[in-house]
Design a protein around this ligand. Sequence first.
Ligand code: H53
Length: 823
Amino acid sequence: MTETTPPIATPEHTVEGFVRQYLRELTYTQGTTLERASVDDKYLALARTARAYLMSRWNRTVTQQYRQPVRGVAYLSAEYLLGRQLDNALIASGLEDIAQEALASLGLSLDELRAAEVEPGLGNGGLGRLAACFIDSLATMNIPAIGYGIRYEYGIFRQTFVDGRQVEEPDSWLDHGSPWEIARPEQEVEIAFGGHTEKTTVNGVERTTWTPGWSVLAIPYNYMVPGYLNGRVNTLRLWSARATRAFDLKIFNYGDYAAAVRAQTFAENITKVLYPEDSTPQGKELRLQQQYFFVAASLHDYIERLLGEGFDLRRLPERITFQLNDTHPVIAIPELMRILVDLKGLAWDEAWEITRKCFAYTCHTLLPEALEVWPVELMSRLLPRHMEIIYRINDEFLAQVRERYGDDEMLVRRMSIIAEHPERAVRMAFLASVGTSKINGVAELHSQLLREKVLTDFADLWPEKFTNVTNGVTPRRFVRLSNPGLSALITEAIGDGWATDLERLRELEPLADDAAFRAKFREVKQANKHRLVDLLARRDGIVIDPDTMLDVMVKRLHEYKRQMLKVLHVVSTYDKLRTGELDPASAVHRTVVFGAKAAPGYKMAKEIIALINHVGARVNADPVVSQALRVAFPANYNVTVAETLIPAADLSEQISLAGKEASGTGNMKFALNGALTVGTDDGANVEIRQLVGDDHFFLFGLTEPEASAIQEAGYRPSAHYEQNPSLRHALDLIASGEFSGGDRSVFEPIVSNLLYEDRFMVLADYQSYMDAQERVDAAYRDQDAWSRSAVLNVARSGFFSSDRSMRDYLDRIWHVDPMPIEG
Ligand code: H53
């Protein structure tokens, strides 16, 4: 294949070379001229130009991997929240300056064209963005790796506000096509569902055959995952559903044309839309179809390629680890068993040994409601053979449990992969625990609680299976690309190389004591604030003051993340400013920025969004209050907005109830960009605080053991309301209709939920949070000390590079060696 293709020169790495390639793309691919081209045409030509530079590296990577098959890793994830591709492609190939100059020579602006790119929002939040960071790091670290996922036609919905309430609009990101994908329809895979199974005996050996009821085609689309300046381009392979030819034939051969077209639509619905729930699954049938669809296609794809090499599947664990990103791809475990036993004729025990060794599982949650469970009825109907396999896995596993612990029926019931109540259902996290060789949590505290509270019995049975890998974020996107000012300052101070060796940021530590460096650091922050001012004005018509403290809380809207606590702080401050308890002239001036999407079916989360908007409107309209406090809530927070918002932030809000946020990754991005954190002892906050030091982090709130103890003793939130006048005023103000045009009913559900339920202990942490915010104000008054802390946050956060996370996965789980690309 590619080896025999005569080498075709990559476009020259010069301004002239870039211009030539750009005009070629504009003319021959886009079919237009500079004079006639729309902004879209110009962007597409630019994207294809960047792609052209990467293409030969991509081919080289694939060729060298074919020639020299080595151990690798396949990341299975239902979500990849990639963000825009153009800038990343340019920095990865060292073309940023060349592109800028080349475009300028044609009278074009890189800034204008990059704004035309629609980001692929193929993920909800933390989990999807983490997957995107990981594949970036793997490519940069020269690891032979492939990502597998789903090419949703509609990604995460576009959020707008109508009267302050969230309205969802479809995200048709593929409307203008995507220059970043390459379809490989000839590598389609047929994926079957439904039907029934039969047992037959062939030569005295019992075999099961599955006769499916229907099937669809999985069409792969390849995306380039460029390593940073290293010549490697890995592949992300996303699957799209298409009706089989049988549907097309039916359309022509049968009279019922409409029914045939409906059937086709049905098949193609599988990859139509990303489910917008983040960390609280909905248990919809289509979702299970999506999961099996992409996992079955991916395993087939990988295994067929190996078989093409003449590979012996008995050695599969030597060649690959399939990393399961949460429970979403866990159906891969029975699928691999089916392939090995039913299709390849291996004995069950041998197949099981292979399967367990090939898989590893990452758990991303502690919330019990977030652990996926599929009704046996549904699983049996949709995947009857897989259900049988799960039963057998469970039987053998429970026999092992009985052997080890005796007939402890309570324990057996607790550990069973099949839950009996409220309905018979498959517990996917348990299937993952049994069917893998390693299980990891995503931050130290999370991994500890996973062992102690969620998968306790499994940790008892197999302590050696459990490990931790603290999450990380890619410094390429979240510092180098999104914060060019800080990047230049860092490079000026410690030279380059830090973007692939982030612990080198430590070398900045002494500069925290250098007044001139701090001044430059403040200049960068100020410039970043101005960039944000421009973005919000242009994008949202929101005016913010760059000469205020930027206090930012951006993440999915979820009660456990406690946006409500931030709202109460805003309301209390509003109250104090209004009543004169706080003097607006001498108070620290703050702009509180929110960004959050709520799952469309999550009522309380949507009410909280409305409350934030209504409180914001009131605060901003008050002539006295707004001198010292303003609220901004740009709609449709996404990766692109994050890239401008995070570098501008002074204060990062990480205020979940301790023991609820598995890790958090936004917290890492803020610290790396020199924001100080106000946070609880939760998730990766714990590690951030340990690294940056208590003096440079505003800790508040209950610890996990404290919160658990209170819950066990019986938590009564209204006691806090009764005893704390400031809290009472804030809640009364919300209940009074102050923020809802006098209508007391509007936010009543929020207030009574807090008073009588408050599952996430907002009221219990209120006072501690208010005190922490006073410490924040006091610290901010001393700008020199503040920027010293901010520099130390940057210097000490190198640990949170996703390159380090990958190293940990490689050492503890994958054991894959780097394979640099030659030439
Ligand atoms: O995964 C992030 C964590 C974060 C956690 C998040 C997550 C999802 O986005 C979706 C499902 C799920 O179970 C967990 O909430 O704490 O940082 C990446 O690990």
